[in-house]
Design a protein around this ligand. Structure first.
Ligand SMILES: Nc1ncnc2c1ncn2[C@@H]1O[C@H](COP(=O)(O)OP(=O)(O)OP(=O)(O)O)[C@@H](O)[C@H]1O
Ligand SMILES: [Mg+2]
Ligand SMILES: [Zn+2]
Length: 449
């Protein structure tokens, strides 16, 4: 008798192996390998042979190929259009991810409503909520329009039938993890299901030239629950950022086959839904409430400068010192702390250090280094910083403070928002009304605090 074939599949990245392993060699996740049933292995084998049996299509010289003419259309939201690179691309598949309650359904229902209002036929598929629940939200968002169709459904084949039979101009799937395909013998949300469904949606989006937006839930480590594979398959991946305590939400491009991923959409949550933020002024800090351990900086989000507050808590450690940051890279924090120990002789090795960026924003550029250092020093010495001063600069391993891009633009924003002073690494090219203090080395920061 032939030996039973075993196959394990990582539920995070889809990596397959004949042996079980504690840590997936594909993505490095622990305890994600799940044994596939005989039925599932048979299915994989069949789909593999089915695709290899198809006649090959003919390749053509690139010089004979015409360019795709992309005609985008507006989503009715300036901010969403911006992150998408100038509007929605027909036939594209976009994934929107974010933690529970952040506003994924709210944003897409509003967009669906915007388009329906302009007489575009729109389909909103929900496997999460009943039609009545969605109706309630639509009332609140002012998204009640004739051309917006709701389909509470979790079966992929039924969804596809609806899409093929009607002529929709825009489709929302809420969410990918709740759909299941009849053809795949795995549980909804599993890597095989998500892969099959995404593949089918991609195929129908491309062939019927309809843009499809897919909502995906995010796990605590920030990836789309289960499959990373999803990110590879779709055209565009956008992630929501922001904490549910603040009304601001950022939508960041992570991948975009039709545009850059530089821009960030900024929205405000209120009872009428998630709307384009009118002004970012003062949204990420409260000047009146700055305490010791707080420092202000201005970061660039795409082409826009935003002032954010960096908070540090430095407290004596009992046992192994903890380092933890929210909204800032932990490795970078460790580096900055090591530098402060070495250059300023601070005994930080016996202190716990916590960093938080207010408003749930994630700082991805090094220009906030100087503000992180200023906040740490402020907390360590328990001395408030001037509420008039902002800190801008990238810190190198040698303790040098480096130039940052767009310095003039940042200083102008500081001026617009009524601040008067800034600690910066070099003399700005253009003069502003801001009084600038130059700190080109970590050791000099103390002088200006
Ligand atoms: N009446 C209301 N007024 C103001 N804000 C509201 C109201 N009702 C809901 N919200 C906001 O909407 C958020 C929920 O948004 P939404 O359901 O779109 O999130 P989601 O990302 O789709 O979540 P899930 O992952 O649970 O589906 C709530 O966290 C809350 O901030
Ligand atoms: Mg939702
Ligand atoms: Zn894996």
């Amino acid at each position: 008798m032939a030996k039973k074939r075993t196959l394990f599949e990582c539920q995070a990245c889809g990596f397959q192996s004949p042996r079980w392993m504690g840590k997936c060699t594909g993505c490095g996740e622990w305890e994600t390998m799940v044994e596939l049933s005989t039925e599932q292995i048979k299915f994989l084998k069949e789909t593999a042979t089915a695709s290899s049996a198809r006649p090959a299509s003919k390749a053509k010289p690139i010089t004979q190929i015409g360019e795709d003419n992309i005609i985008r259309f507006s989503s009715g939201s300036r901010e969403l259009d911006l992150v998408l690179g100038g509007g929605i691309v027909p036939g594209s598949l976009t994934l929107i991810g974010g933690s529970p309650g952040i506003g994924k359904s709210t944003l897409l229902l509003k967009i669906a409503g915007n388009l329906a209002q302009r007489s575009q036929k729109v389909l909103y598929v929900s496997g999460e909520e009943s039609a009545g629940q969605i109706k309630m939200r639509a009332n609140r968002l002012n998204a009640n329009h004739d051309q917006l169709y709701l389909l509470p459904e979790i079966n992929l084949q039924s969804v596809l039938t609806e899409i093929i039979n009607e002529s929709y101009k825009f489709i929302v799937i809420d969410s990918i993890q709740t759909l299941y395909s009849d053809t795949t013998p795995s549980a909804p949300g599993s890597v095989t299901q998500v892969r099959t469904i995404t593949f089918e949606l991609m195929r129908i989006a491309k062939s019927l030239h309809i843009p499809i937006f897919i909502i995906g839930h995010i796990t605590k480590d920030g990836s789309i629950a289960g499959p990373r594979v999803l990110e590879h398959m779709v055209d565009t991946v956008l992630y929501f950022e922001g904490d549910t305590n603040s009304e601001l939400r950022l939508l960041r491009g992570f991948k975009n086959r039709f545009g850059s991923t530089n821009e960030v959409g900024i929205f405000e949550m209120n009872k009428e839904g998630l709307n384009d933020a009118k002004s970012m002024a003062g949204k990420f800090f409260d000047k009146e409430k700055l305490q010791s351990g707080s420092a202000l900086t201005v970061i660039m989000e795409g082409s826009r400068p935003i002032i954010v507050e960096v908070q540090a808590l430095v407290s004596e450690s009992y046992g192994h010192p903890k380092r933890s940051s929210t909204g800032f890279d932990n490795n970078r924090l460790t580096m900055l702390l090591a530098l402060l120990e070495k250059k300023l002789d601070l005994p930080l090795g016996t202190y716990d250090v916590f960093i938080n960026i207010s408003g749930g924003i994630k700082v991805n550029e090094p220009s906030a280094d100087l503000a992180i250092i200023a906040a740490i020093l402020s907390s360590y010495r328990d001395r408030e910083l001037s509420t008039e001063t902002l800190f801008i600069g990238e810190v190198s391993l040698t303790g040098e403070i480096r130039e940052v891009s767009g310095l003039t633009q940042r200083l102008k924003e500081i001026q617009t928002q009524g601040f008067t002073k800034a600690v910066i690494p070099n003399k700005p090219i253009e003069t502003t009304k801001i009084k600038c203090f130059i700190a080109d080395e970590v050791s000099k920061v103390m002088e200006w605090m």
